[in-house]
Design a protein around this ligand. Structure first.
Ligand SMILES: [Zn+2]
Length: 250
């Protein structure tokens, strides 16, 4: 992790998640907002100017928009990096009508059709960040907890699901579209699947460990894990394996 002023930059997703999991926050987060920055876009990113772009956005938000800080809590970059920006405990200036309880994620790029083509690393990071935040803040994945800017009228703040005076944000081609339907078809299933993977990781690591210690393949232990008697059997086998290690002549 690198830090410059208030900005924390993570090039490693797992390091970001470790930071997030360890941190405690006083604000209750009940929803996530996904945005695209539109400007700056992919053209403005040169691979190493993360902090400069963050500072430029902050200057713009404070001097031109009159906000007290950069608008968003998190920013994601085309190379898959993640930055913590406005403190998580500070309500963002993301969507008129949907800021209380929200965590604002700004994804660098212009994801309207025919504009920036999202990189694979960026896709993975956006899914990862939404999943990691959903786990941390105990959010179900649905269209009241993970929001697109496009669903809110920008003059009234009323949720219209895309009618009235709305921005296209996070882009008409963001994960296949910016509608509620497209979020349900193309975005939420990927977040749910990532949540499952991240949640199962400790079990997966335990299975690897047991498999290495006992010399019995992982599938066996996975299948055992599905039955109620797997734990005692695991412990016995690990104890045996350890005993053998200990008794091995040096
Ligand atoms: Zn937006």
């Amino acid at each position: 992790m690198k830090q410059k002023g208030q900005f924390l930059l993570f090039t490693d997703r797992n390091e970001f998640r470790a930071w997030l999991n360890k941190a405690t926050f006083s604000r209750k987060i009940t929803r996530l907002q996904d945005h695209h920055t539109w400007e700056p876009s992919y053209n403005d990113f040169n691979g190493s100017n993360h902090f400069e772009m963050l500072q430029d956005m902050k200057d713009y938000h404070m001097k031109k928009m009159g906000y007290h800080d950069i608008a968003q809590n998190l920013t994601t970059f085309p190379d898959g990096s993640i930055a913590v920006c406005r403190p998580i405990d500070d309500m963002p200036a993301g969507i008129l009508g949907a800021n209380p309880g929200a965590l604002c994620i700004e994804n660098i790029g212009d994801f309207d059709s025919g504009r920036d083509v999202m990189t694979i690393a960026h896709k993975e990071t956006i899914i990862f960040v939404n999943a990691a935040c959903a786990i941390k803040f105990k959010l179900a994945v649905n269209n009241t907890t993970i929001l697109y800017h496009h669903w809110f009228d920008q003059d009234t703040g009323v949720r219209t699901n895309g009618t009235g005076d709305t921005k296209t944000c996070p882009g008409t081609n963001f994960f296949g579209g910016n509608t509620v339907d497209s979020a349900q078809k193309f975005f939420y299933p990927q977040i749910s699947s990532k949540i499952q993977t991240l949640t199962n990781e400790p079990l997966d690591k335990a299975l690897d460990f047991i498999s290495a210690k006992t010399g019995i393949n992982k599938e066996h232990w996975f299948n055992s894990a599905l039955t109620t008697d797997w734990l005692p059997e695991c412990f016995t086998k690990i104890a045996d394996a350890w005993q053998k290690d200990i008794n091995k002549p040096a």
